[in-house]
Design a binder for this molecule. Sequence first.
Ligand SMILES: [Fe+2]
Length: 229
Amino acid sequence: MRGVNTDASLLACLEHAFADPHKPDLVLATGDLVQDETRQGYERFRELLGKPGMPVHCLPGNHDSIEAMQAVLSDAPFRLCGIGDYPPWRLVILNSRTAGDDGGFIATQELENLQQALGTHREGHVLIALHHQPVPMGSRWLDTVGLRNADAFLAIVDRCPQVRAIVWGHVHQASDRLRNGVRLISTPSTCAQFLPEADNFALDTRPPGYRWLDLRPDGTIGTSVVWVG
Ligand SMILES: [Fe+2]
């Protein structure tokens, strides 16, 4: 895809991550796992990610097939959306995919699930993951396909001081900023990257990458991006 062998680049990222002396405790896959929506694509993902045996939290992107994800990625160690508890941290993994739209929308029921997940975890720390960016990336074409009901989502976040970070995929580039004390973090793709701040679609020359997230007991986060190539 876009001149990249995605199978090889995903493998290279995984091998790089698992060779690190800090062994990961879990994998967070932030959507667009398979471009062609074939069941075989998800089976290959399951084969590669399932081997180490650690939890793999997945959520759907605009290019994913929900049906194929549910069929292939619903059993341990995979977990499709929902909550992941790693005390004192709680991961809340949201579905922002909406059929027929490359932009995102969090359905009313999903917003209620978020509120409930936050309401039952007031003392610890929360990281929310979703596919679409809830704030503009400063890239005109990319910001036409962001989270369309970001206001409703961020209004909930603003009422919940236990939220420490929001993490997303979709934008194929790294970013890290602070909004009302909450870290807003995007992660590069294990495939090609998009050129930051571009008005029209353009690829970046950066290689495939992935991001480490160190969720510390005090609620702070250490993070770094690794470019593999
Ligand atoms: Fe996407």
